[in-house]
Design a protein around this ligand. Structure first.
Ligand code: PLP
Length: 372
């Protein structure tokens, strides 16, 4: 099987599974307990925290959560300082950001949605119109899970800090961690969400990086774990596995992945009526395109029958939500219905890609011939 839906999730690395097993079978103690074996578990937890913070450039603290959906939810519900002011969010957020923004809107909060350009990045001119001196929270996805478009966080954050110095700037970095250069302070972000399962870690482990000096209201209260900021016994195995996944992922050859994407894009260039959604800066890991005249689900099913698994926009999204991002880019139904996402990962091999490319092209041609 050739798995090309790595933006949905990834196969955990073997060393991650091995490392996690130790924390289930042997080092299973509660990291908050005070006896020596538990304190050793706590040490491992702290090492993972420090490592992830360092990879994110330092200057903040990592709080572990149950997933990036929780990290995003925490931000939307806690980061509105003094509960006053407006919230500015892009139309290209993952559902876990967008739906939380909608929830705030439902509570009567002034939430402003920023348009996307045709390439999928945030429309800077519209952004400038949406922010003002009363903006208290801005949330802009770093790399789109649907198109791979990368937003210029530094430029956006500079603009926010000029107009609303008190505002907190959050970014959803789930599709960027390990894949793009991420130095939170240099990017100008205050809060950054990440998830383990997109880079060879386990599902159900996330984190929120919080810049030094910022204190968020807890979303989950209880036993006071995570420095009284996020209660609940930590998923130690998952967290230690997250750090291991990041370590291994950072050793994978990003240039090789970029080449796989480029080759796939070149193969598509020979087809008529296919639109590749490329931003000025695009993730090398995601190739989004629309095959006009075809329904993406049918193409996905036909490829699955030939052992190739591809994605349709976001795996977390239902149909209409998936349409939201392309619609915000100004595309109509033919592009939306025919939109597929190929996302690469550390396990993809050049030899597999030759077969995948040929099968993709042949299948598109065959489906088109059938409906003529
Ligand atoms: N943000 C982005 C950009 C994602 O791609 C995803 C997962 O699809 C999430 C957030 C949610 O992550 P998790 O599955 O850890 O809740």
């Amino acid at each position: 099987m050739i798995y090309l839906d790595n933006a949905a999730t990834t196969r955990p690395f073997d060393s991650v599974i091995q490392r996690m097993e130790t924390f289930y079978k042997e080092a299973y103690f509660n990291p908050s307990a005070l006896y020596a074996p538990a304190m050793r578990v706590e040490d491992e937890l702290e090492k993972a925290r420090d490592y992830i913070n360092n990879v994110l450039g330092g200057g903040g603290k990592v709080f572990f959560t149950s997933c990036a959906t929780e990290s995003n939810t925490w931000v939307y519900h806690s980061a509105r300082k003094n509960k006053k002011g407006n919230v500015v969010v892009s139309m290209g957020e993952h559902a876990s950001g967008y739906e939380n923004a909608q929830a705030l809107l439902g509570q009567g909060i002034d939430v402003r949605f920023v348009r996307l350009t045709k390439s999928g990045a945030v429309d800077m001119a519209d952004f400038m119109q949406k922010i003002d001196a009363d903006t208290c929270l801005v949330s802009i996805i770093h790399c789109s899970n649907e198109t791979g478009a990368v937003n210029d966080l530094r430029a956006l954050s500079d603009a926010v800090k000029r107009v609303a110095p008190q505002a907190l700037f959050h970014s959803d970095g789930v599709q960027a961690l390990g894949k793009l250069p991420v130095h939170c302070c240099a990017l100008g972000v205050d809060l950054y969400s990440v998830s383990a399962h997109k880079i060879g870690g386990a599902k159900g482990v996330g984190a929120l990086w919080v810049r030094d000096g910022i204190r968020l209201q807890p979303l989950i209260v209880g036993g006071g774990q995570e420095q009284n900021t996020r209660s609940g016994t930590e998923n130690v195995a998952g967290i230690v596995g997250f750090a291991e996944a990041l370590r291994v992922f950072l050793q994978t050859d990003g240039k090789q992945i970029a080449m796989l994407r480029q080759n796939m894009q070149s193969a598509l260039a020979g087809l008529e009526n296919v639109t590749v959604h490329n931003a000025q800066e695009n993730s090398p890991y995601i190739l989004s395109f629309s095959v006009l005249g075809l329904k993406a689900e049918i193409l996905q099913r036909k490829l699955a029958e030939q052992n190739i698994l591809i994605g349709l926009g976001s795996a977390c999204a239902s149909r209409w939500k998936k349409n939201r991002v392309l619609a915000a880019m100004g595309y109509g139904m033919p592009h939306i219905e025919g939109n597929v996402r190929i996302s690469f990962g550390a396990n993809n091999l050049q030899d597999d890609m030759v077969y995948a490319q040929k099968t993709l092209i042949d299948t598109i041609n065959a489906l088109r011939t059938n409906i003529r």
